[in-house]
Design a protein around this ligand. Structure first.
Ligand code: C5P
Length: 312
């Protein structure tokens, strides 16, 4: 009798930026207590999971030379975690993961987290599992602080490690220009640098997210621009001083405001509308302050199946 091989499943998972990122104290588990407002952006990775006799991870696209292909890869850890969770660890040896990357690697836009979220959703369809989105969210939190948001998308307030999510009302679409740096930044190093800066001085703190949440509800990009803020920015700039120039160049190119995304080094620039974003991107690309620029909009959906089985 022939075994039925399920068709491959492709999932699109979004990048994120932090419109507001407030970092609190370091906890006993080494993580910092944070309060953040995430927005999912149209810049996304497509991840295909397929039954295969050659298990492993393939990566194409943005910055792929630097991604681990072995069991350190977060996407592969997602395969293992889901297989263990549903009691079929033997199945992991029959899975191939193919990642088409647009999200910069180690760029502060949660690209690895997006890929892991995509694997959880894609495999639950490939294996026809009876797991809810809520279960997937719990597994996502075990893989990394940003993975639950990559599943849920939209605009959300994140607390705890950033994994406790509540949706936030966001009216209208916002238009962004993203400036990628030449090399990535390590998230633990950027948190460590913030701890160091706080031990020797008093870097600025973003304060409450309430005004920003109101600006999102109003949908006015000019109002939102005044309220973007990231406690990790000072640390990212301290490790990568060229980011100061990039941030200035985006505003000089006509953006309403710029902010380092998460732990950086990607800088995100809010623009008045889509046309302005295209102009800002062209001018910023010509300024020679970054490796490459992209235009994106948000909020967009969390990880979702774009080809293959229906979503669970
Ligand atoms: O959760 P994730 O693996 O993405 O976190 C990577 C690193 O970033 C952690 O090991 C920790 O050093 C730092 N981090 C933190 N506090 C957070 C999130 C991440 O200190 N809330």
């Amino acid at each position: 009798m022939l075994a039925v091989v399920p068709p491959p499943v492709t999932v699109r998972a979004p990048s994120k930026i932090n419109l507001h990122l407030g970092i609190g104290d370091q906890r006993s588990d080494g993580y910092h207590e944070i309060s953040t407002v995430f927005q999912a952006l149209s810049l996304s990775d497509d991840v295909t999971v397929a039954a295969s006799e050659e298990p492993g991870v393939d990566v194409q696209g943005e910055g792929t030379g630097t991604i681990p292909r072995n069991s350190d890869n977060l996407a592969w850890r997602a395969v293992r975690l889901l297989a263990e969770h549903v009691g079929r660890p033997e199945d992991e040896s029959g899975v191939r993961v193919m990642i088409r990357k647009e999200i910069p690697v180690a760029g502060g836009m949660a690209g690895g987290s997006a890929d892991a979220a995509a694997v959880l959703l894609g495999l639950s369809a490939l294996w026809d599992l009876d797991v809810t989105r809520e279960d997937l969210g719990t597994l996502a939190g075990k893989l990394g602080s940003d993975v639950p948001f990559a599943l849920s998308g939209g605009t959300a307030l994140g607390t705890g490690r950033g994994d406790q999510l509540v949706p936030v009302l966001s009216r209208h679409t916002f238009h962004w220009v993203l400036a990628f740096d030449n090399r990535g930044l390590s998230t633990p190093k950027v948190y460590g640098e913030l701890d160091r800066l706080r031990a020797v001085g008093d870097p600025p703190r973003v304060g409450s997210y309430d005004p920003l949440v109101e600006a999102l509800a109003s949908g006015d990009p000019r109002q939102l621009a005044l309220l973007l803020g990231n406690d990790l920015q000072a640390a990212a700039v301290s490790l990568r001083s060229n980011l100061r120039r990039t941030l200035r160049a985006g505003v000089e190119a006509g953006a309403l405001a710029g902010v380092v995304s998460g732990s950086g080094p990607t800088c995100a620039f809010l623009c008045t509308d889509g046309d302005s974003a295209v102009e800002v991107a062209a001018q910023l690309a010509g300024a020679g302050v970054c490796r490459t620029v992209r235009v994106a909009h948000g909020p967009v959906h969390g990880a979702r199946i774009v080809d293959g089985e229906d979503s669970p």
